[in-house]
Design a binder for this molecule. Structure first.
Ligand code: BGC
Length: 467
């Protein structure tokens, strides 16, 4: 879609931003006092990362702050979402605060403000300090207290300038991929035994909200989770029950706790599931009030819809890789042969973003605060052509279609493109490129892609319309 046509569909106050995360871009893993996170440890184990890479250098954003800020200013986005590395700010996971960590994020935040870009900070984008993980990580109750200390330290340091705070990024992914299936750090395949970690993570979220408000920080406060609309693969009752179970695990477990302040009711046909340990979930107990603190916005990440069939998948495939543990789960994630796919083989279905938003609005009603789409984007095998440009027209189509859907929903205040720079894609290493800016991994040279020019045109058209 033409950038000028799309510009006319975005409200003047609709926030168009880019999103990144510390472990995926910063590098400088052992510099200026930063200590290892669970992802440094996970990546050091052979076989865990598809291309055997690590976050040690990533795309070296730590040493490219000024260049990257200049590019972002040229892009003209309204906001930049980035995360704080817990172990750069609090080496070993607890005090005292590392002054060099504060200096780095001061530079980033002040640079954004000077460029007229809203700084949006994620406190936790998956990089639990290694010593905390070694003691049990999010399976331990007191990790939530450690996280609240980190939130307080971040709030003290940056609370006068940050526009929006996101406590956790995608607790669902951390629990499911990290603790239940083991395809992500910390690589534990505890299946339904991972469930206790949910309450700890969400308690950490609530305590962090309290800690930020106690500072008090100036910005708004929310949480981000990833949601997916779920449909059964066929009309059979078994597939319908399997889809309901997946929807429960992926969507309702997290959002019901945070927005309703009570654990989601066990899904239909849940007798067998109780045996799997899900019964435990019916209790948030004395943590319910903390977990459901009122929020200023709800961050929704959307990438693709899910189609679910009953029965275990003999190949053990998940959207984030194959794993033995998935072979023991009583459902299979089916394909969407009717849709085109991204480099990750994820189905491209923009209308399903609309379904996700509608699902949230209908289910949570007046318990749902304003929505920010805090991530959306696509990986493609982008290459720099002979003429030095990167033609990623597929990404432009993806973004245009998804932005149009998001902007048409009055409940949505903004959309953050995942991502600004090609980055380290967790277990997929550098095999997937999501950026508006291509990064040469040998030289760290940055080359804006065609999609970068498209976003810049879009933002220029929006500004011109306001004059
Ligand atoms: C995560 C990002 C990740 C993206 C694409 C999201 O689930 O928040 O960190 O890079 O998906 O895989």
């Amino acid at each position: 879609m033409d950038a000028v046509d799309l510009a006319a569909q975005l409200r003047p106050d609709f926030v168009l931003g880019v999103a990144t995360s510390a472990a995926q871009i910063e590098g400088a893993a052992a510099e200026d006092g930063r200590t290892p996170s669970t992802w440094d440890a996970f990546a050091a184990v052979p076989g865990n990362i598809r291309d055997a890479t690590s976050p040690t250098v990533a795309v070296d954003a730590y040493h490219h702050t000024a260049d990257d800020l200049a590019l972002m200013k040229d892009l003209g986005v309204n906001a930049s979402r980035f995360s704080l590395s817990w172990t750069r700010l609090l080496p070993d996971g607890r005090g005292p605060v590392n002054p060099k960590g504060v200096t780095y994020y001061d530079r980033v935040i002040d640079g954004l403000l000077e460029a007229g870009i809203r700084p949006v900070v994620t406190l936790f984008h998956w990089d639990t300090p290694a010593p905390i993980e070694e003691r049990g990580g999010w399976l331990r109750r007191d990790t939530a207290d450690r996280f609240a200390e980190f939130a307080a330290a971040a709030g003290e340091a940056f609370g006068d300038r940050v526009a929006d705070w996101i406590t956790l990024n995608e607790p669902a992914t951390v629990i499911l991929d990290g603790y239940a299936l083991g395809v992500h750090a910390p690589g534990r395949a505890k299946l339904f035994g991972a469930i206790g970690a949910i309450r700890n993570m969400l308690r950490g979220h609530g305590l962090a909200v309290d800690a930020l408000r106690a500072v008090p920080v100036k910005g708004r406060i929310g949480i981000t989770n990833v949601h997916t609309p779920v449909t059964p693969a066929t009309d059979s009752k078994d597939d319908a029950d399997a889809a309901d179970l997946f929807d429960f695990i992926h969507n309702r477990l997290f959002a019901d706790s945070v927005l309703f302040g009570k654990a989601a009711e066990l899904p239909r046909g849940s007798k067998g599931i109780e045996r799997l340990g899900l019964k435990f979930l019916s209790r948030l107990g004395r943590d319910a009030a903390v977990i459901s603190r009122p929020l200023d916005f709800y961050g929704l990440n959307y990438y693709f819809p899910s189609r679910v069939a009953a029965g275990a998948d003999p190949s053990g495939s998940t959207p984030d890789g194959e794993t033995e543990a998935m072979k023991d789960v009583p459902f299979t994630l089916a394909k969407f042969p009717e849709y085109p796919t991204t480099g990750f083989d994820w189905p491209i279905a923009p209308h399903a973003l609309g379904d996700t938003i509608d699902m949230m609005v209908n289910r949570y009603g007046d318990k749902l605060p304003r929505i920010l789409i805090t991530e959306g984007g696509a990986s493609f095998p982008d290459v720099v052509g002979a003429d030095g440009t990167v033609d990623d027209s597929d990404r432009i189509d993806y973004l245009a279609q998804h932005l149009a859907v998001a902007a048409a929903r009055p409940e949505v205040d903004g959309y953050f493109i995942w991502t600004f720079l090609d980055n380290w894609e967790w277990a997929a290493g550098f095999t997937q490129r999501f950026g508006l800016v291509h990064v040469d991994l040998d030289t760290q040279a940055r080359t804006p892609k065609k999609s970068f020019g498209w976003v810049r045109d879009l933002q220029r058209a929006r500004r011109a319309a306001r004059r």
